[in-house]
Design a protein around this ligand. Sequence first.
Ligand SMILES: *Cc1c(COP(=O)(O)O)cnc(C)c1O
Length: 502
Amino acid sequence: MDFYNPCMRNQQATQLLFELSHAGRRGARYPACDVPEETLDELLLQDHLADAPPPLPEVTEPDVVRHFVNLSTLNMSVDTHFYPLGSCTMKYNPKRHERLARLPGIGDVHPQQRPADNQGMLALLYEMQEMLAEIAGLPAVSLQPAAGAQGEFTALLLAAAYFRDRGEQRTKVLFPSSAHGTNPASAALAGFDTVQLKQTSNGLVDLEELGSHLDDQTAVFMITNPNTVGLFEPNIKRISDMLHEVGGLVYIDGANMNAILGITRPGDFGGDMMHYNVHKTFTGPHGAGGPGAGPIAVQDFLADYLPGPVVRNAEGGMGNTEGATYTLETPSKSVGRVRSFFGNVGILVRGYCYLRTLGAAGLREASEQAVLNANYLKARLEDVLPVPNGERCMHEFVASAKQVKQQRGVTAMDIAKRLLDYGFHAPTVYFPLDVPEAMMMEPTETESKETLDAFAEAVRTILTEDPDLLHTAPHSTAVSRPDEVEAGRSPCLSWMSCPASE
Ligand SMILES: *Cc1c(COP(=O)(O)O)cnc(C)c1O
């Protein structure tokens, strides 16, 4: 039967508002005008007027509400599904943080208010700087970068300025082949040459290979620790020493801080600079390109290069010191602003709430639980999806579907897509690049044993299913397998310029 049934959720949600349009429908109707009507002819220049009104959809208020509410249910999110997306730390975002971030004293302040009128917010940002410095073991912090990638870029600008100041011509930024794509991208954008290093067969930094690239041209070694296969680099101190011996700097990509909070610190194992991903490690909601925060922490000798403003406390020390005055300062050799004001303060506030809620002991417990959860899930799966690197993992692990592919023609992508039918978000697939048919899983500390068991059961069931069913999965979602290359290369962003939908 071919009729429009407004109760068919998926159908309505996959239609565009434009397709629901009926001439004359309105969300609200106003009473007739009781004063003489005036045209705009005399107020507006004629050549600024369009020939015709814009082709907006004509729909009722319930049409609009149902459309967007139903659309919102087509996505998976941390609030609706287990979301083990490796490298992304998709932990639960406590709703209390949302309420606190909206308090009028926080949500309504304007960044251009005079510091004297904005002491509460500045105190919060100051304490955030101090807490991030302590967790990093690196004393100087800028909250400005809006994401991890921008933190990397900013820190590399600091490194470039530092070497320029010293009259050193250092051009090379090194990184292991498992590095996140943003590492070489940030280095290139900051004007460095990028050098990718081979790793050992067990996914660690190859010291000999590293040594062969170290010289007076070496500026920075960028390393994620724990690394992207979920292993803590056992040689990290030796690696840092090697860099420092040739006058280079060590950059710690802090995306995996969720494994080591309160257990070890980048500054203690030799890092000179790092970024945080507040939206990952400290519960800022993320995904779909929403706002992030990528504060950086650096050693003292780099502090003068930080972007301004940073918040200072005239009294020194932490907390609501009686009469403390918080002021803004731009460091003397600052590389300049990389983002307006203090970056994405809304996300920083959520991270602040998380840090204050858990406290030092709680943070360490969160990391221990994250590591335990990852090792539990690994143990539940590795007989069917082998994990090539390491007996134990940190907060995530990378399994390989290589065997499954050889035996049954089922790929990591097939398994990932089929998981959606079972009500689980897929893990990260095909990253890092040097593990074939990689499936990178990060359960985070906020998941229960029951959830991990259900997920492991789903994966095991999928591996027994008909490969043809898997090649065409998912079967229960509004959209099955979009052409991702086409979608990336020629995104269709406007209804008016897109080919008519079928
Ligand atoms: C997420 C991530 C980044 C980039 O961080 P964004 O906040 O997404 O810009 C960098 N490195 C690693 C290892 C990551 O997982």
